[in-house]
Design a protein around this ligand. Structure first.
Ligand code: B12
Length: 479
C-alpha cells in the first residue's frame, strides 16, 4: 500500500515551535516495511508540496500526527484539504491529542483515529486495508463514518519494549539539516520510555498512556544511537523520564562510553533522580550530557503538593548544586499560574536570583486536555487550542492581561541579565585559559552566539506578546 504520513505545519501563534524529527511517523513507517511510505513535514515544506505528493505518489492512506493541542486546527485543515480534493484516500490520525480527545476529530474528513501507541494497531490496520478484510477486531482504533463513531476498541496497552522498531530516519533525510535544537544543533530524537510513572496534575502524558510506563532496553537504545548518521551531533531523549530507571540509564551510559560514541545529549530529568544519583549525572556528563530540562515547577512545597509532583523544593535546590558542580547546564521549568499576582512573580524572580539559576523557563500553566488541571478549570477556558503553547494564559488571569504579560516578560528579562551572562561567559573562558576546572564548571555554558540568539528570541517574544495583549484588550480574540 502507499501511505503518506504528514506532520502538520507550525501554528503561527506558537511562540516556541518544535523543530525535531517526526519520530512517531518514522517509527510507524518502520512497522510496515513491505509498504511504500513517504513522510511529508509541512513545518518545512510549503502546502503546495502536499498537493504535489498527492498527485505524484497517489497514496491510498494519508495520516496526520497530532501530539500537540496547538496543532489540532492545522491538522484538521490538512485532512479537510485532502478529503475535498482526493475523496478516495482513507484518512487517519493519531498522537497525544486525538488519544485524549478523539471527539475533536469526529469529522467527515477523518476515517480512523488511533488511540495511544500504534506499533501494533497500525501494521494490522494496513494489512487489513491491503487485504480488504474487516478491521473491527483492531484494538486502539476508533472507526468513523460521516463523522459518527461506528466502532471503537480500547488500546490494550500490550506493547512490549521490543515491539518498538528503529525509526525510518532515511525517509526524512532531506529534512535532516532542518531538525535542530533551539540553539541550532543538528539533533535526533531518541525515545527511551513511553508514558510516565508519575501523576502530576498539570500533565496528561500518564493519562494518554492510561497509566502505563514502558521502558526500552538499554541495548536497543544504544543500537539506535550507534546507527545515527555521523552528521547528527546531538540526541534529545524524546520522553519525560529518561533517567528514572537509573540502572538502565547507567547501563546505556557505559555502552555509549565503551563504544566511544561522541555526541551531545539532552533531555528531561526529575530533580529527585539527580539528587539520589549524582554519580549517574557525572557519568553521563563524561559521555556528553550537557543540557537537561528539570521540571522544578514551583518555589514552595505547598504548590508542588498541589501539582502532585511528589517532590520537594530541597531536591530542586540540591539538584541545581549537583548539576552546577557537574558542569551540566539545565533549564529549570517553573509553572506560572494565571492566578499569579505581582508578589508571586516577584517571589519567583527572587528565587531564581537566590539560587543563581542561569537559564530558567517559565511556562504558563495550561489546562492540557486530559490533565487533572483541565478538569478543574475547563469551564473557565476562554481561548481556543491555538493558544495552548504554554506561552499564553488560556484561562483569565487575576492580573489584567497587560500587567500579567508585562510581569511575565520582566521575569524572563530579570532572569537573563545580559551583563551577568557576559561576565559568566568571560569568566568561563578565563577559567579555561588558566586550567581552573572548578571555576569553568560554575560558569555559564552559553556561547556569545547563544546569548545573541536568546536576545533575538526575547525581542520576538516581546513583540508577539504585545500584539496578543492588544488583541485581547480589543476583544478580538476569544473562544
Ligand atoms: C519530544 C517532545 C518534544 C520535543 C520535540 C517536538 C518535535 N517533534 O519537534 C520538543 C522539546 C521540541 C517539544 C516541544 C514542545 N512540546 Co513536546 N513533547 C515531546 C515528548 C516528550 C515526546 C514526543 C515523542 O516524540 N514521543 C515518541 C513518539 C514515538 O510517541 P508518540 O508521538 O506518542 O507517537 C505514538 C502514538 O501517539 C501514535 N501516533 C502518533 N502520531 C500518530 C499519527 C498517526 C497517523 C498514527 C496512526 C499514530 C500516531 O503512534 C506512535 C507510536 O506508538 C512529548 C511527551 C510524550 N511522552 O509524548 C511532549 C509533548 C507532546 N509536548 C508537549 C508540549 C506542550 C510541547 C510544547 C508546546 C512545549 C512548549 N512550551 O514549548 C512544545 C511545542 C513544540 C511544537 N510546536 O511542536 C505536550 C503536548 C500536550 C498537548 N496536548 O498539547 C506533551 C504531551 C508533553 C506533556 N507533558 O504534556 N516537545
Amino acid at each position: 500500500m502507499r501511505v503518506l504520513l504528514i506532520h502538520p505545519p507550525d501554528n503561527k501563534n506558537c511562540i516556541a515551535p518544535g523543530r525535531f524529527e517526526p519520530l512517531a511517523h518514522e517509527i510507524l513507517a518502520a512497522t510496515i516495511p513491505d509498504h511504500e511510505v513517504r513522510i511529508l513535514d509541512l513545518r518545512f515544506d510549503a502546502i503546495t508540496a502536499l498537493e504535489r505528493q498527492l498527485d505524484s505518489f497517489h497514496p491510498e492512506i494519508a495520516g496526520v500526527t497530532v501530539n500537540n493541542t496547538i496543532h489540532v486546527r492545522q491538522a484538521i485543515g490538512i485532512l479537510e484539504k485532502i478529503r475535498s480534493n482526493h475523496p478516495d484516500i482513507k484518512l487517519i490520525t493519531g498522537g497525544h491529542h486525538p488519544t485524549m480527545v478523539p471527539l475533536d476529530f469526529h469529522l467527515s474528513c477523518v476515517d480512523y483515529i488511533f488511540l495511544g501507541w500504534a506499533e501494533e494497531s497500525f501494521p494490522e490496520f494496513i494489512r487489513c486495508m491491503e487485504q480488504k478484510c474487516s478491521i473491527d477486531h483492531i484494538e486502539g482504533l476508533e472507526i468513523l463514518a460521516n463523522a459518527e463513531v461506528v466502532g471503537r476498541r480500547e488500546n490494550p496497552w500490550k506493547l512490549q519494549p521490543s515491539g518498538i522498531p528503529f525509526p525510518r530516519r532515511d525517509l526524512v533525510s532531506r529534512y535532516r539539516n532542518r531538525y535542530r535544537s533551539d540553539m541550532g544543533f543538528r539533533t535526533a530524537l531518541v525515545n527511551t520510555t513511553r508514558g510516565c510513572g508519575n501523576r502530576c496534575t498539570f500533565c496528561s502524558v500518564w493519562r494518554a498512556a492510561n497509566g502505563h510506563f514502558l521502558v526500552r532496553r538499554p541495548e536497543d537504545i544504544f543500537n539506535e544511537i550507534a546507527s545515527l548518521p555521523d552528521d547528527i551531533n546531538r540526541v534529545f531523549f524524546a520522553d519525560d523520564n529518561t533517567f528514572i530507571r537509573t540502572d538502565n540509564a547507567a547501563r546505556l551510559c557505559r555502552m555509549i562510553m565503551n563504544a566511544g560514541i561522541r555526541k551531545k545529549y539532552s533531555g528531561y530529568c526529575r530533580s529527585d533522580t539527580i539528587v539520589h544519583h549524582p554519580e549517574l549525572m557525572r557519568e553521563w556528563k563524561n559521555i556528553g550530557l550537557d543540557n537537561l530540562c528539570v521540571g522544578m515547577e514551583a518555589t514552595d512545597n505547598s504548590l508542588l503538593q498541589k501539582f502532585n509532583k511528589k517532590n520537594e523544593i530541597s531536591n530542586n535546590e540540591d539538584a541545581a548544586k549537583i548539576l552546577n558542580d557537574t558542569g551540566i547546564t539545565f533549564r529549570p521549568h517553573f509553572l506560572i499560574d494565571p492566578s499569579f499576582d505581582l508578589a508571586d512573580f516577584r517571589r519567583t524572580g527572587d528565587y531564581i536570583r537566590k539560587l543563581r539559576l542561569n537559564s530558567p523557563i517559565f511556562p504558563i500553566l495550561t489546562p492540557i486536555p486530559g490533565s487533572v488541571y483541565h478538569e478543574e478549570v475547563k469551564d473557565r477556558i476562554f481561548l481556543d487550542y491555538d493558544y495552548f503553547d504554554y506561552a499564553h494564559a488560556v484561562i483569565p488571569t487575576n492580573l489584567s492581561p497587560r500587567v500579567f504579560y508585562k510581569a511575565w516578560r520582566r521575569l524572563f528579562q530579570r532572569s537573563y541579565p545580559l551583563l551577568r551572562n557576559l561576565m559568566l561567559f568571560l569568566r568561563k573562558h578565563y577559567a579555561q585559559l588558566m586550567g581552573n576546572k572548578k571555576l569553568e564548571m560554575e560558569s555559564c555554558n552559553y556561547s556569545l552566539l547563544n546569548l545573541l540568539i536568546l536576545k533575538v528570541l526575547s525581542v520576538f517574544l516581546t513583540l508577539k506578546l504585545k500584539k496578543h495583549v492588544r488583541l485581547l484588550e480589543a476583544g478580538l480574540i476569544q473562544l
